[in-house]
Design a protein. Sequence first.
Length: 525
Amino acid sequence: MAAQAADANEQNDQLRKAVEQALAASFVARRAKADVAKDLLNKDRPPTADDIRQALEDGGWAKELRIKVHELHKQATTEKILGKDSLASVQKARKQWEASINDELRAIASERRVPLVRKRKKIVIKKKEEETDELIEMKVEEILSPTLVTPGTRFLFDSDDLLDAISHIESPSNNEGWGLVKLQLRTATLTELRDKYKELHPSKRQYGVDDVTGDPRDKAKFADAWHELGEKCLAEGHIPLARTYARRGVPPSLRPAVYRSLLGLPHMEDAQATSAFEERYYEDLRDRVDSIELVTDELYQMDVQHVADDDTYFIFDEMLGNCVLAFSRDSWVPKNCVVKTHAPLPCENDLMKGQPVPPCGVQPFRGFVSYAAPLTFVFGRETSLYFAFRAFYAQHFCRLNVLRTNQNTLLPLCALFERLVIEHHPRLFFYLVQVGVDPLAIALPWIQFGFVGLLDVEQVLLLWDRLLGFEDLALLSVLAAAIFVYRSEKLLQCSSLEEAREMFADGAVLEVVPLLQTFLWPEGL
């Protein structure tokens, strides 16, 4: 009964969202009609279709209407991952996995002797005569710092735990293969992948390649022309056009605007800015963080510390800490994610009675902050970073943390990775398995976290450009397989998992687009 109620709630959330978008589009259309009618009344002849089109363009309505039409189309065509899984074995594994996460959170709360939810303690620091206001402020910041974590605090789970859960899913057909994914899942063929990613073909110029290699004058000419084309796409306000553009890479200066457009965020003249509504909404989330403490707070903070240990991201630890704690309070997340990440853990405390802990429905796990970290190089303001990160997770990355068989979720992506390596280099895969190295044990964190932690941050963003452009996470599996094949000679000399992992210690030198092109079109087809 509880499962049926949860499914019904999910369906109601999707219906509510569809109705809200339809009403918003209708409202925009009525305003546009009224505004254009006033303009056309001044003409001394009946208006033509060209007159109406021009009036819409002049009034700025054409752009807004295109955006609303795209939102409605996406809402109608996006797969909604609801209800039971098609395979009973996967459904059983998912329920066990979700239950184990909630049990672990309860155990942590019990060990620390704290409730799931409580009012945040007020900080009182008595000022000594010799202490300045600046010193007092530093003390307060130190107490509130996301880098302060109680010794002995542990993550609820990490990629190894997720890998273990995947490997223990029993196949109903008893399919015995070389890989850890024993399920017979439908994955794309190489021919289908080549057709899907045809914009990546070596014959087409790519941002991230042709602007950095070759003749200096030609590089500069291409970079300027590509930037100009991007500005034209943004000026059109046509999201499918911007999506096609992103498939071949986005210049850093245009990323904020392109990302906001493709993630469905409100259009702003300054792409680093946010709307008044977004500002108020984020402030409300921060107020909730300041007033109520969740047992998950310290676990999120520990992950901030984990990600900030990387020299690339350590200067953003405060911004990341603020964003992830605000995210944990955001009830918008479970209502708008294409798939709910974890089973809700209801709160019985009067402070949040009946609400899940945390309200976002995403339990803290090792690496979660990785989804926000690269975006600090795109969005310089905390509020703009937050809404881009939230949208990215709800539309795409939530799929990478669930045990389901639906397209673009983790299980099929893992199966695709294993199949691609087996087909491209069967000797490599068989050798690694023989010496006790499961390729997926190495590749799973790459796929799960969009290659954050392996690739240089600019390469991560060049990859994420294309994830948004193609709206397809299978690109992660293809890239993981490409890297394995690229490192095959060294991997064939390994005799342990530790040695195999060392072969990827220099991941910062890897380049996304050349690897994908070489793997998909080895003969330059």
